[in-house]
Write a new protein. Structure first.
Length: 340
């Protein structure tokens, strides 16, 4: 065997050994990463299965736990929200449901980022879709399941800085009417017409009559709580410094986030509840900044998202101002309550 051939063989053997070592290292690293992921807090177990809006006594949400079911709709019992979750194949960035109807805002695929709003039936099957002109941020279904609303960022991606633009649409599942932009509604304040080129509207919450609703209107760097008349295509300004309203099941109170002086510019909000009868505001026990549209878990408790290990976690707090916040579901956002 010549010296040259011997060198070639040695190099070939060394290359094979190095390749084998590299493969083993990669496999072992993947195994260790998998074990760490399994043990990491905030990654609850999930299994695929039947999830539907006809089920009772369940809490549905967008699943943020790492794994094949991430970003899909998940379901847990109301009585055991930290138990193993069941995931459906429907993926959503924002989700809400009521009375057998759901709304899902999701990526629509393609080389250029595109998003769509899906109307879901009780089995979470899409029955209609709409292209939306920006990044999903809010979604709501009326108590009857008839009306759907969604908000997207047309420019910007945060409510904190004030330099953003939104588009909010409302869809009537019974008539098939789509209102593509609530900014087209007439706005009044104190009995006088209010006009401005910089109106932004977001965060719709519906009353039980499927006509009246509440939302946020922003203009000139200030936010306002407005009451809307869907059939009359009107908005009435009620008060200043109120964002992302959420009407209580009995229709008497509105939860909202309020900017509080002295807090950081990127985390300025505290949760409050407004009594519509007395106009009394109550600060809630959650002292962290909540950049979310809270949801009423029941007549006395609110749900909301806060940053967590895997994106966000769902917390609860009494609506009375008493008590303290409670971590309800890890790795979850965009909840919907299916009452017993």
């Amino acid at each position: 065997m010549t010296g040259t051939l011997r060198k070639v063989l040695v190099l070939a053997v060394l290359s094979a050994l190095l390749a084998a070592v590299a493969v083993v290292s990669v496999v072992r690293a993947a195994d260790r990463a998998g074990e760490r992921a399994k043990a990491r807090p905030g990654g609850p177990a999930a299994q695929s299965g039947a999830v539907g809006l006809e089920q009772r006594g369940r809490l549905l949400f967008r699943n943020l736990a790492w794994g094949p079911g991430r970003d899909t709709i998940a379901s847990v019992p109301l009585a055991a929200p930290e138990g193993e979750r069941t995931t459906a194949p429907q993926d959503c960035l924002r989700f809400h449901a009521a009375a057998g109807t759901g709304v899902c805002l999701r990526r629509a695929g393609g080389v250029v980022p595109r998003y769509e709003a899906l109307v879901l039936d009780a089995a979470l099957r899409p029955v209609r879709s709409f292209d939306v002109p920006g990044t999903p941020t809010r979604a709501r279904v009326s108590p009857s399941g008839r009306l759907l609303a969604w908000t997207v960022f047309v420019s910007g991606d945060s409510y904190a800085g004030g330099t953003f633009s939104t588009r909010t649409a409302v869809y009537d599942t019974r008539s098939g009417l789509l209102v593509p932009n609530l900014e087209d509604f007439a706005v009044s304040e104190g009995g006088r017409r209010r006009q401005a080129a910089d109106h932004n509207i977001w965060g719709v919450t519906f009353a039980a009559d499927d006509n009246r609703f509440y939302a946020t209107l922003a203009s000139a760097g200030r936010t306002h709580l407005v009451e809307g008349d869907l059939r009359g295509r009107r908005l009435q300004v009620l008060r200043e410094n109120a964002e992302c309203p959420s009407l209580s099941p009995d229709g008497t109170r509105i939860a909202f986030k309020k900017r509080v002086a002295g807090l950081p510019a990127d985390a300025p909000w505290r949760l409050y509840v407004l009594d519509l009868g007395t106009a009394t505001e109550t600060a809630l026990a959650e002292e962290r900044s909540v950049d979310d549209q809270a949801l009423w878990f029941d007549d006395g408790t609110l749900l909301y998202g806060l940053p967590g290990d895997f994106g966000a976690d769902l917390w609860s707090v009494p609506a009375t101002g008493a008590g303290s916040p409670h971590l309800l579901v890890r790795s979850a956002v965009s909840p919907a309550v299916l009452p017993p």
